[in-house]
Design a protein around this ligand. Sequence first.
Ligand code: SAH
Ligand code: MG
Length: 196
Amino acid sequence: MINKQELEKIKEKALAEHIPIIMDETLEVIEKYLKKSKPKTMLEIGTAVGYSAICFIDFLAEGGRIDTIERDEQRVREARENIEKVGAANMINIYEGDAVEILPTLNSKYDVCFIDAAKGKYPFFLQQALRLLNDNGIIFADNILYKGYVMSDYNKHKQRTAVRNLREYIKEASENDMLETEILDVGDGLAISRKK
Ligand code: SAH
Ligand code: MG
């Protein structure tokens, strides 16, 4: 079991530093699913300082493992320290680098994928997650409603590319015959796609 006090410290520090860690209500939804299905392998895109990966690990099956990808060198360093601190180093493996480059090199299969990185790359991440997902697996994508921009006619330049790609993700996940997709208005929006 992960030390809850250590976990709380990691969370507080991340929040204080404005690192966009998973929101409580989003975490609750995912944990409920993990509790029920007890997956063995999980792929996370966007580690940050390891907070979500550490949260998930308690809910995996005995011997469960998480592979997680992060491109920011300093965050990788901090994530490794955090993972070490809570005693999860043998359960969480960090790939350091850009997920756009790393994902195509992966070949092992996962029961769960959690997409939580660059919004502009979500359609690509979906494609790769689908390739790496076991039958009956599930893909979660955080921040899918992006502060409400995705479902409004919001079109400011700064977020335009992100919004366009998040909309494309929703369209592709919804229209894909292999998937059953729902969009939940929890936290910053969560897409849940089950592989049929
Ligand atoms: N899942 C974490 C939060 C992730 S925040 C948690 O809930 O605790 C998103 C992270 O994705 C950032 O740290 C950012 O550096 C990383 N990221 C964004 N785009 C990426 C990419 N293309 N490849 C790898 N990491 C990426
Ligand atoms: Mg997020």
